[in-house]
Write a protein that binds this ligand. Structure first.
Ligand code: SF4
Length: 729
């Protein structure tokens, strides 16, 4: 199918400084957990996007000095020759496909915890970070400011050596240049503080120095939050935001604006989760800056609709479309639009699970929609290419939730003869329940993308509404191999991670106790006073609480965790979830768990009620500290029990018990994928379904194949060398 002509604008080249961007698709800086220290992962992940048609791809934030060290989180770094070598591998992988490479030079000020380097960062004013615990910066004097600007220039020169085409001075998300610009941080009274012009001076001088040093070879960009959303206490779009864009353009020191909003402590206002923000949510905030800007402007907003993308440019709201999460979920968006393959676009669902890994620090980025994200190098997975099988093996996949659908899709792409059978009349498994929660309807894209792809695969048959398969039916089905993907369910007896046992009196067959499924899928009646007991710590407890509060219920959440839904801090949903709870009068009782439940009354205890002094020596048969006895009584009409998920593995267990019969039925092997093996994130279920299908020819696909680990191997070169130190020891 040909591309729709109304999308032609997306493929028009545009000049940025001395460079030409071949189209309007631009992967803005975003983290993947690779930095400069996993060059294979870094180059393969972004290189895949270049192959998928992106005009430019950037690094994540790239530290210019050990004084800006974000460890435990993973940033890129361009501190020395070793980093230049590693990042050169990235730019080579981009240039091979005609994409430009961008690098986001970063100095964090007080927000850089420097846990590895143990250095002290500079800032405009000596103060503590509102983002990091126990992190203070040292106030820079005039000499320090020159030194800092020299760091940017030196890093920019190294970036050119590494082959980058676009060099950022990164100020958004409240990093150093914005700290100088914003009243919130800058309390100076010298020529770098006070008036707007003085507060803008550091950023403009830095841009000018970088442009003078490398501007003839690379485009100079800056990422700027036109509004930090603090009201008059920070940068406001209609005040300093607009003035700054006008001033910088007058000075002629940037070739490209990368505009966004928000800060670092609540950067979910920028990378907005779909629970709160739809695609395009930043546009009204950045429009004014676009109107006054003299050089091309790009901005992000998680767009996945080609019509919306084209409209942003045609309406004069942007020149270039910046993407982070949509490019993770589908690295081939540009090519698919170019070829008119609109139905193949795998749309981001805005869950922010990708971001959660950066926030946790350390582990590589993952994606709910794209199981191949960050697996391009270490597992050799390509999101659009699949090794074809020559086998005539037929496969039965039982269960069409995220794991089963993905497994069937990938097996089908590989040429296997697949039957996907679902007990219910609709595909989607637990995602069908999740999308009923307030704000989570976009998560249905997990289903729709796979449903469309399955329909296109000639070797896959999808059967819905077939009821639960029995072991006899599986064995006699006629498939050579079987994948069980029957999902999980919420424990109906209160089994939880605190005691690893049921809760006395908690039984979801009783009229006053429900699991989330019973409320969402079976419309089980719920009384006025609701107690949600949550051990999940992610979206379920807080979402069902909101669902019921919206229906006029008085809701309290009881959890043994130290706060409600702690995982949502990592997905950037937490601040607005807590505002929502406050606004909707959803109360909380944290660090408490249940002793027992009776009609209308739950008896709970503080999980820290036992004595803080441990017994001096071993004891037998009793707790080695003073046992606490205090309890709290909580009244309710209905309890909603999200205490733990249980693998729905009874079919597997029956089949496993009859292993001796498999050969008689010509069944070669049976595997489990997703929650029925072990409950987890939807992203993990999709990944497991995908992995088993990719590794289907291994001796046992249930067990993952090894992957490439990127780390220093003893005896090989290090950068810098110990001999590079001016003092030894
Ligand atoms: Fe989008 Fe979620 Fe994937 Fe992130 S993890 S790219 S938010 S689908």
């Amino acid at each position: 199918m040909a591309r729709n002509p109304k999308h032609d604008i997306l493929f028009q080249p545009i000049k940025i400084g001395p460079k030409i961007l071949k189209n309007r698709f631009y992967q803005v800086p975003h983290c993947i957990g690779a930095g400069s220290e996993k060059p294979g992962t870094q180059a393969a992940n972004r290189g895949m996007k270049a192959e998928g048609g992106w005009g430019a791809c950037c690094t994540e934030y790239c530290s210019i000095s050990p004084e800006s060290d974000d460890c435990h989180r993973v940033s890129a770094r361009i501190w020395d020759e070793g980093d230049v070598i590693n990042l050169r591998h990235l730019t080579d992988s981009l240039h091979k496909h005609g994409a430009l490479g961008g690098i986001e030079l970063w100095y964090g000020g007080a927000h850089a915890p420097c846990m590895e380097s143990r250095a002290i960062p500079y800032g405009p004013t000596a103060q503590a970070s509102e983002f990091e615990y126990l992190t203070y910066c040292h106030e820079a004097d005039d000499d320090d400011i020159k030194y800092l600007q020299g760091l940017y220039v030196a890093a920019a020169k190294r970036a050119v050596q590494a082959g980058f085409d676009i060099i950022y001075v990164y100020g958004a998300h409240s990093y150093l240049p914005l700290q100088f610009l914003s009243h919130y941080y800058n309390r100076r009274t010298d020529r770098y503080g006070g008036s707007f012009e003085n507060r803008a001076r550091f950023w403009i001088e830095t841009l000018a120095a970088v442009k003078a040093a490398v501007g003839h070879e690379a485009a100079i960009a800056t990422r700027f939050a036109v509004d930090t959303l603090y009201g008059a206490d920070g940068v406001q779009a209609l005040d300093d935001g607009l003035k700054f864009v006008e001033l910088v353009d007058r000075e002629g020191v940037v070739d490209l604006w990368d505009l966004n909003i928000g800060d670092i402590a609540e950067w979910g206002e920028d990378a907005g989760p779909s629970r709160f923000y739809q695609a395009g949510h930043q546009r009204n905030w950045t429009d004014g800056a676009k109107r006054v800007a003299k050089v091309p402007v790009l901005g992000v907003s998680r767009e996945t609709s080609p019509d919306d993308m084209a409209a942003r440019i045609l309406d004069g709201r942007l020149d270039i479309l910046g993407f982070a999460r949509p490019s993770i979920a589908d690295p081939f968006i540009p090519l698919k639009i170019q070829e008119g393959r609109y139905e193949d676009i795998r749309e981001c669902i805005g869950c922010n699970v990708c971001i959660s890994r950066w926030e946790i620090g350390g582990p590589p980025m993952i994606c709910t929609q794209n199981a191949t994200a960050n697996e391009e190098y270490r597992r050799g997975w390509h999101p659009e290419k699949f090794a074809k099988t020559s086998s005539s093996c037929s496969v039965l996949v039982v269960g069409a939730g995220p794991a089963g659908m993905e497994c069937a899709r990938v097996l089908g792409e590989r040429g296997y003869d697949v039957h996907l059978r679902e007990a219910d009349t609709e595909l989607g498994g637990r995602v069908r329940k999740v999308v009923k929660y307030p704000g989570l309807s976009e998560w249905a894209r997990v289903i729709t993308y796979r449903q469309i792809q399955l329909q296109k695969l000639k070797s896959v048959e999808v059967h819905t509404g077939v009821g639960k398969m029995t072991a006899d039916q599986v064995l006699s089905y006629g498939a050579d191999r079987v994948v069980i993907a029957t999902g999980s369910y919420w424990a109906n007896d209160g089994t939880n991670f605190v005691t690893h046992s049921p809760v006395e009196g908690l039984d979801a067959s009783l009229p006053y106790i429900c699991t989330p499924e019973q409320v969402l899928m079976q419309n089980k009646p719920v009384g006025d006073r609701v107690l949600v007991v949550d051990c999940d710590g992610y979206f379920t407890g807080v979402s069902i609480a909101e669902f019921l509060a919206d229906r006029g219920k008085k809701v309290k959440i009881l959890t043994p965790l130290k706060g409600v839904a702690p995982y949502t801090h990592f997905t950037l949903e937490a601040p607005n979830l807590h505002r929502m709870m406050h606004e909707k009068h959803i109360h909380e009782l944290t660090s408490h768990w249940l002793l027992k439940v009776q009609p209308g009354r739950a008896t709970a205890y503080n999980i820290f009620r036992d004595g803080y002094k441990r017994a001096p020596g071993p004891t037998t048969g009793e707790l080695p500290r003073r046992p606490g006895t205090e309890v709290v009584e909580v009244e309710f009409d209905t309890i909603i029990a999200a205490t733990g998920r249980v693998p729905n593995d009874s079919l597997w267990r029956e089949l496993a018990a009859r292993r001796a019969e498999w050969a008689k039925h010509d069944v070669q092997a049976i595997y489990q994928a997703g929650d029925c093996y072990a409950p987890g994130l939807i992203a993990q279920a999709v990944f497991e379904g995908h992995r088993i299908a990719r590794e289907f020819e291994s001796s046992n696909p249930q067990r993952p194949q090894p992957w490439i680990r990127e780390r220093q191997v003893w005896g090989h070169e290090t950068y810098p060398k110990i001999s590079d130190r001016q003092v030894v020891g």
